[in-house]
Ligand binder design. Structure first.
Ligand code: GDP
Length: 206
């Protein structure tokens, strides 16, 4: 279990497979550059906490799970188990969970891993967060690489058990390009969930 968490009442977490652009997004959100990006995928094995003590608030980038080249299966399983445990343990503190996916690849990856005995990581994580009652935004990243935007987002909505057209879920599905600094859809969705929890004071972070 991770023991790095600062003791803060309110939290926003980023979860997702490795290499989807979580570190890039974190840097974009925080305007901070201490978070390593690029290099070997899955380089983050421990959470990165961005801590605002004065606001009693922390944004946490949880380690990427799923396939990482050169990382043994059992290590990947350990990371995923730790992420699940973390979210379970702090579910009451987590105002919003941001599930980051690669908009270009996510539907193919989901379809490749769907079967009678297999639930794809992203679908599983989305369901898990919903079961816990944690307000969830799916940040559909790398949209700069996607041509058929609405079609792709509709496909993803269906895979997540939502309906089409995807636009009716713009509090859940947020198409972004972290690398290009285009994250307004995510900020809006996050603010929506903060507002619902009377936490407009945290809008300044999003
Ligand atoms: P992490 O493993 O999820 O933390 O992913 P990183 O933030 O390290 O990003 C993985 C790779 O995806 C890097 O090469 C990034 O430059 C790239 N990347 C991140 N966001 C975007 C994006 O919005 N568009 C594109 N085209 N590439 C991105």
């Amino acid at each position: 279990m991770f023991d790095t968490r600062p003791n803060r009442e309110a939290e926003v977490v980023l979860v997702g497979r490795s290499n989807v652009g979580k570190s890039t997004l974190m840097r974009e959100l925080t305007g901070h550059s201490k978070f390593a990006t690029g290099g070997s995928p899955g380089v983050t094995r421990k959470p990165n906490h961005y801590d605002w003590a004065a606001e009693d608030f922390v944004i946490t980038d949880l380690p990427g799970f799923g396939f990482m080249s050169g990382v043994p299966e059992e290590v990947r399983e350990d990371i995923k188990r730790d992420v699940v445990q973390y979210v379970e343990e702090y579910a009451d503190n987590i105002l919003v969970a941001v599930l980051v996916v690669d908009g270009k690849a996510v539907v193919d990856i989901i379809d490749r891993h769907s079967g009678p005995e297999e639930i794809p990581h992203d679908v599983e994580m989305f369901g898990f967060l919903q079961e816990l009652g944690v307000p969830t935004v799916v940040a559909v990243n790398k949209m700069d690489k996607v041509d058929d935007r609405d079609e792709r987002l509709d496909d993803l909505a269906e895979r997540l058990g939502l309906y089409t057209p995807w636009q009716q879920f713009d509090e859940i599905l947020a198409p972004i390009s972290a690398k290009r600094g285009n994250i307004e859809a995510l900020n809006q969705a996050v603010r929506h969930h903060l507002h619902e929890q009377q936490r407009d004071d945290l809008f300044k972070f999003f």
